[in-house]
Ligand binder design. Structure first.
Ligand code: FAD
Length: 464
């Protein structure tokens, strides 16, 4: 093969995971990296995201550790009013491009191959092929493959809907609703997750009357209240949220009881107060979004859509009418992938997966730091044991239990503890600084101490 080269790490995927891990490998080692992605630019799924998407968490905690995202401005209008900024897709794409161009490539230790498919490899020999030229490259990987594709999610913009659509039915994926030709008399939103909520919120913000929206939801979800997930001046409330969870987890008699206690505290939100949620994906919602979404009264709860015909929609549990004047919007892709966990660290590869409940960028970056600073794969896996992505309330509690357990293990490692304290990706890393003596922080810390051990013990009983 003509195009052969050696490298320490081959990173498959220039999404948030690949970029955050590469950033730490560059900071904590002298390794060389090749980053390969089938997409044309860094940013992963954000490259193809629907145009009105925004982070659901503050920009302050997202991206790579070395480069700030946003200006920490507080939004003055819209559904995020009063909260720290949340980047949209354009900003995220520009951010990851800047990190690649101005931070990674100038090190001379990174080679970047966009529009390229990693086609496989073993025993340290991998191949990838340019989608543009067909040129094949052989890479001899001295240390490890960093595989961010194991849990790659689906996004509506590029995937087919998980239901049939008969010819002549007016439909589009979430993103295309922002570019429709000719208004629709009615909008049917298919999906129960964050994409569907974003689409409903966006339509309502554009002035579409709530009565013109039908929302087909196969499940109701729990959402985390944005009020408890803010940086800087919002950190006392953040820690208060941790204390509320400790107390609820310590005192709950069941998983559902824990969720209801947290709803009573305002920590968890649901859109329909009359339907019991069965889903918890960990996305963050503002109360302003909740209020808007509650205006939609035509909610269809007949399971998943199987097929859309010109005059009717067939679902698992029944049939509802539709017509030619209706635009059906596909928001039903699963943004997170659910596969059996495998060890994250192996002799020749790192398989990127979650290991505890937290914001994703912090976890991704942690894997890079652990790889670069911890000696054995056994110890790395002890510090970062892979778990499944959370889908239900019980999964969330399991992920939280994993957080409590692994936090203690990581705190015992001085290098990891120092990194976790300093990185902007760790929301609570800086709480010991200027907020240390804030009365809200002092009170919340006392409650975390009071309920922490009981919470861990009770979580083991509830879901361990
Ligand atoms: C709409 C939406 C909003 C979200 N908002 C947030 C948020 O606010 N906060 C948060 O923490 N998380 C959020 N998430 C979760 C999100 O999954 C993570 O934040 C993160 O962006 C995932 O990054 P990733 O690199 O793991 O995956 P991806 O972004 O999917 O990147 C994986 C990359 O790998 C490439 N790839 C895969 N296989 C190959 C191959 N064989 N050859 C070459 N390239 C390959 C793909 O092209 C892709 O670019 C959101 C997710 C979605 C869908």
């Amino acid at each position: 093969m003509g195009n052969a080269f050696d490298v320490d790490y081959l990173v498959v995927g220039a999404g948030a995971a690949g970029m955050a891990i590469a950033d730490e490998l560059l900071a904590h080692s002298d390794a060389t990296l090749a980053i390969v992605d089938r997409r044309h630019a860094p940013g992963g799924h954000w490259i193809d995201a629907y145009p009105f998407v925004r982070l659901h968490q503050p920009s302050a905690f997202y991206g790579v550790s070395s480069t700030a995202l946003g200006q920490d401005a507080i939004d003055r209008s819209g559904v995020n009013a009063g909260f720290y900024e949340v980047a949209g897709a354009d900003e995220l794409r520009a951010y990851f491009a800047r990190v690649m161009q101005q931070s990674f490539l100038p090190t001379g230790r990174v080679r970047y191959f966009p529009c390229s498919d990693h086609t496989g490899g073993e025993n340290g020999r991998h191949t990838f092929v340019s989608r543009l030229t067909g040129a094949a490259h052989e890479v001899r990987v001295r240390r490890k493959l960093v595989d961010t594709s194991y849990l790659e999610g689906a996004i509506p913009a590029v995937g087919a809907p998980p239901f049939e659509v008969a010819e002549g039915v007016r439909w589009c994926p979430a993103g295309a609703v922002a570019r429709i030709d000719g208004r629709a008399g009615r909008y049917v939103i298919v999906g129960a997750g964050k994409t569907a909520m974003d689409t409903c919120v966006w339509l309502l913000e554009q002035g579409v009357p709530p009565a013109d929206i039908t929302w087909i939801k196969s499940r109701e979800g729990w959402w985390l209240n944005r009020r408890f997930h803010q940086p800087h001046d919002g950190l006392p409330a953040f820690l208060d949220g941790v204390a509320l969870q400790m107390q609820a987890f310590a005192q709950a008699g069941s998983v559902d009881d824990a969720m209801l206690r947290l709803e009573a505290d305002g920590f968890l939100l649901r859109v329909d107060p009359n339907v019991a949620p069965t889903m918890l994906h960990g996305a963050i919602l503002s109360e302003a979004e909740q209020k808007l979404l509650r205006q939609i009264e035509d909610v269809v709860r007949l399971g998943r859509v199987r097929r859309i015909e010109r005059d009717r929609i067939l679902l698992d549990g029944g049939v509802v009418p539709t017509d030619a004047d209706t635009l059906h919007v596909h928001c039903a892709a699963s943004g997170l992938a659910y596969r059996t966990p495998r060890p994250i660290f192996e002799p020749d590869r790192i398989t990127v997966q979650p290991c505890f409940w937290s914001f994703s960028s912090f976890q991704f970056a942690l894997l890079g730091v652990v790889e670069a600073t911890v000696e054995s794969d056994e110890e790395k896996n002890r510090l970062c044991p892979a778990i499944k992505y959370w889908d239900t309330s019980a999964d969330y509690l399991r992920a939280y239990l994993a957080l409590l357990a692994s936090e203690r293990a990581r705190a015992a490692s001085p290098a990891l503890a120092a990194w976790a304290k300093g990185t902007r990706l760790n929301p609570l890393g800086r709480i010991g600084g200027s907020y240390r003596d804030h009365p809200g922080v002092v009170a919340a810390r006392d409650r975390v101490r009071q309920f922490g051990a009981a919470a861990a013990g009770n979580l083991v009983k509830l879901v361990g």
